[in-house]
Design a protein. Structure first.
Length: 135
């Protein structure tokens, strides 16, 4: 059985939830020390799950939000991209302002579409505003 240990620079709780839900054995920040990474590898090899302390509160919040099912949970970045789109920003403009590639912006939009159960930007913006996910 192959276990995944994910090191990330992201701070949002959604990706942490997704990684653990998909079977990640460990979810740690990129600045985790080498010693902590080695300890995580050993723990995962023994069947334990390791989640970096900075992710615990956000992960607990994410679980509660998803369990209530009140509304789809977008990551901070998905909300930001969708909000900028709502303000009339094109993919190129949003990418430039956030210092991301256009492909990355499109990926964030696609994830938002899936979570909102829509198929295009206009519908995503409308539903995001209706649900209070963006202003």
């Amino acid at each position: 059985m192959t276990e995944l240990l994910e090191l990330t620079g992201l701070t949002e709780s959604g990706p942490a939830y997704d990684a653990v839900a998909m079977g990640a054995g460990a979810y740690l920040a990129k600045d985790t020390t080498g010693e902590e990474i080695c300890e995580a590898i050993v723990a995962v090899a023994h069947g334990r799950t390791v989640i970096g302390e900075r992710f615990l509160e956000g992960l607990a919040t994410e679980i509660r939000l998803r369990e209530r099912g009140d509304r789809p949970t977008l990551t901070d970045r998905e909300r930001e991209v969708l909000g900028m789109t709502a303000e009339g920003g094109s993919v190129a403009r949003v990418a430039g302002q956030l210092h991301l590639s256009e492909a990355t912006v499109k990926t964030h939009l696609h994830h938002a579409y899936e979570k909102l159960d829509v198929s295009d930007r206009a519908a995503a913006v409308a539903k995001g505003m209706r649900l209070g996910l963006i202003e």
